[in-house]
Structures are given as C-alpha cells and as structure tokens.
Design a binder for this molecule. Structure first.
Ligand code: ADP
Ligand code: MG
Length: 228
C-alpha cells in the first residue's frame, strides 16, 4: 500500500534519520577528541601541541554543527532545574577552550557580586551560550581578541552579556542574524543563533544584540531567577 507522509509524520521521519546519523557521527568524533586530548598531555613540541589543539577545536566545531542541525529538527522539551549562571558560563567557556587558546583570546569574567540562580534547562542554555561564544571567537582577530562575560541583576532578573571586540555587523546582517540559514561564513550553517534564540524564548527570556562594524558585538540575555 502506497502512503504519502504528510506534515508531522514526514517531519518526524526526517528527524529520526537525522538523529541516527548524528549519533553515528558523534561516536567516532568523541574518540578523535579524547585521543587528541590524551596525546596533548605528553607532547613537548609547541608545533605538535598546536596541531592537537586544531584537532580538538575542529571536532568541537563539528559537534556543535551536529547539535545545531538536530535541535532545528525536533521539538525542544525543556528539563528545568536551579542553575548557577556563573558556573554555567564557566562550563560553556571550558567547551570552547581549544578555540579560545588557538586564537589567544583574552577572556575576562566580570561576574556579579550576587550569584544568579536561574530556573533553566542547564544543557540547552549551555548550548545557547556556547553558540554565542563560538560566534564571538569567529569574529575576532587572532592575538587581539578580548571576550568579556558579564553577569548581574536587572529589574529582579538575571542579566548576562557577552562582548567581543571582533568584526561587528552592518545593519543588514543584524536584521537577519536570527534567521535560519543566515550565515556569512564559508563553513557556516546559519542555525546557531536561530536555535539560541529559540532556547532563550522557550525560557521566557530576552535576547538582544548591539553591534558596530569594526568595533565589536554584545549579546544581552535576561532570564528569570529560580523560585526558592
Ligand atoms: P553560523 O555561525 O553558522 O554562521 P549563526 O546563526 O551562529 O550561524 O550566526 C549567523 C551569522 O551572524 C554569522 O555568520 C555572522 O555573520 C553573524 N554573527 C553572529 N555573531 C557574531 C559576532 N559576535 N560578531 C560578528 N558577526 C556575528
Ligand atoms: Mg554560529
């Protein structure tokens, strides 16, 4: 019997295939990353250290692209808990560590006096932060980059900002920034910020961006505190 898949059926079939393929790609990718991290411990030569860092940073990128692709094909069920925002930013920075080091980026953590505990899906929010951080790294020049991560309180909510001194954006790019598949990169997919925005909106949070060509870009996030 011939049957045509429609609407949700078609969507979920595609989603299922995508998830299986993603899983199959992730396993060997994890092995590559772990092996490179393991080798990096014993290697002495600067040049070899750099090469291993390129392997690690590249596999982190592929992993992020897979996450972006997957997250755009499935409904995002959120798993809420109380999350310390400073710790979460530290973890996101940790995931981008190799890319940050490769470009010798100066990371400045300007965390608020009172730590924000927010009500969030920890893993999803980390992905959102990581997307913003990776974009910032891409926009900055090697050896001259400065990344500032700031947390604080605004109107009884938690405010987070991520500032880079990278290329910045023209009005035209700023208008399309969150659109699916908008990218200016040769190896970009253009789904990172689409997913990031969805994640923040699913948290009933706010996301906005201020940018100036040649000066840099700041992403502002505002999220609700955790209820006690
Ligand atoms: P991708 O990173 O795959 O290109 P994104 O959705 O993450 O997709 O970003 C879309 C585009 O927005 C980028 O290609 C880039 O042109 C622009 N962009 C995002 N963040 C920044 C930033 N911090 N500085 C300059 N441009 C940015
Ligand atoms: Mg991106």
């Amino acid at each position: 019997e011939l049957r045509t898949l429609r609407g949700n059926e078609k969507f979920s079939a595609t989603g299922r295939v995508a998830r299986t393929i993603a899983h199959e790609i992730r396993n060997p990718l994890t092995n590559i990353n772990l092996a490179a991290a393991h080798l990096a411990k014993d290697v002495e030569l600067r040049q070899h250290k750099d090469m291993l860092q390129i392997i690690q940073s590249s596999s982190e990128r592929i992993n992020q692209m897979i996450t972006d692709l997957l997250d755009s094909t499935r409904f995002q069920e959120l798993d809420f808990s109380k999350v310390n925002i400073d710790t979460l930013i530290d973890e996101a920075l940790d995931n981008a560590q190799n890319s940050l080091q490769l470009k010798q980026i100066n990371v400045i953590r300007d965390y608020g006096e009172h730590v924000c505990a927010i009500w969030a899906d920890k893993e999803k929010l980390k992905i959102a932060l990581l997307n913003i951080i990776i974009n910032a790294i891409d926009a900055m020049e090697a050896g001259r980059g400065e990344l500032i991560l700031k947390t604080g309180t605004v109107n009884h909510r938690c405010a987070i900002s991520v500032t880079d001194n990278g290329a910045g954006m023209e009005e035209e790019a700023l208008n399309k920034l969150f659109d699916p598949y908008f990218t200016t990169k040769t190896q970009g997919i253009g789904l990172g910020l689409t997913n990031t925005r969805n994640i923040i909106l699913n948290h009933k949070g706010d996301i906005s961006v201020v940018s100036k060509p040649g000066v840099g870009t700041t992403f502002h996030l505002v999220l609700d505190f955790a209820k006690d």
